[in-house]
Design a protein around this ligand. Sequence first.
Ligand code: TXA
Ligand code: MG
Length: 316
Amino acid sequence: MNDPARTPSTDEIARAAKALAAGELVILPTETVYGLGCDAGNPRAVAAVFAAKGRPRFNPMIAHVTGLEAALKIAALGPRAIKLAEAFWPGPLTLVARVTDTSAVCDLARAGLDTVAVRAPDHPLAQAVLAAFGRPVAAPSANRSGRPSPTAFADAMEETGAFAGAALDGGPCRVGLESTVVGDLGGELVLLRPGGVSREEIEAVAGPLAAGAGDAARSPGRLARHYAPEAPLTLNAPGPSPGRAFLGFGPGVATGPLTWNLSPTGDLAEAAANLFGFLRAADRSGAPGIDVAPVPDRGLGEAINDRLRRAAGHVG
Ligand code: TXA
Ligand code: MG
C-alpha cells in the first residue's frame, strides 16, 4: 500500500482541489497509473491537458468521480453497467455510456462524442481530491502521448509535471496497468480496452461480453504504437541476449544490469504492477533493444500482452 510518509496533508489536497477549480492541471495518483487531471467541465483546462500530452484531440478522456451516484449524473449507465460499477468501484474499471443532458463533462473532454467514460479510482488521495473538488475530473494517464503510463510519482513528473499547477505523490501505483474500459453501447457490453480488471472477472459479474468489439472506431485511444519506450521492443523472446535488455517472466531468470523479471513466481498481478516501470528502466539502460519473454494470455495477461503488442508497434 502507500507509504504513509508520502501521504499529502489535507492542506495539499485542498490546494490540489483549488488548482482544479482555477483551471490548472494536477498530477493525481490513482491505483492504476498517475493521471494528469483537470476540471472536466472547463474546455480551456481540457485543451491544456491535450497540449501537455501532445494528445490527438479525437481521443476522449475519462471523467473521474467518487462513485456510482456521481457517475449517474453524467453517464446513462444501464443495469449491467451498474452491476459492474457496484462490483468493481472504486477500482480499475471505466464504463462508457451515453452522456446525460445534465453532464458536467464538456464536449472537448469527450472529443465531441455523445458518449462519456467514467471511473471511480481506488486511491485515497484521488478520492480525497475528487471529494474536495466536488465535480468530475478529466484525467488521462500523465505520460506524453504514445509513451508508457507513469506508475511512479517521479515518472509522472518527468513526463508532464512541468504543466501541472499541483502534484500529489501517492507512491507507486498498486495495479500498474490502466483501467479496463467497458462500453455499455447499443444494448451490449463491449470490451474497449483490457486492463486492471480481467475479462473473466467482468463476465463473472455481468455475463458474456459481446464478441469482436474493442475496435479503434469505438475506442479512439486504441492507436497502434502506444505505451512505447524509445528502444524497439521484441516480443516472445526465449531469453536474454548479450548487450540487449531483457524482461523475463517466471522462475529461473538471472536478473542483472540489463535483465529484469516481471514476476519471479509467475504472478500476473505482480507483472502488471512492474511492467511500465521496467520498460522505463530498460529504456534508461541505453540498450539498443528490449526483448520480452512470453506472458500467458489469461487474466491480467490479456492487458499485459495488449500493452506489449502496442509498445512493439503492432496493431491490436
Ligand atoms: O486507469 C486509467 O484508466 C487511467 C487513470 C488515470 O484513471 N487513465 C487512462 O486514461 O488510462 P487515458 O486517457 O490514457 O485512456 C482512456 C481510454 C482511451 O483509450 C480513450 O480512447 C478511452 O479511454 N475513452 C475515453 N472516452 C471514451 C468514449 N467516450 N468512448 C470510447 N472510448 C473512450
Ligand atoms: Mg493513456
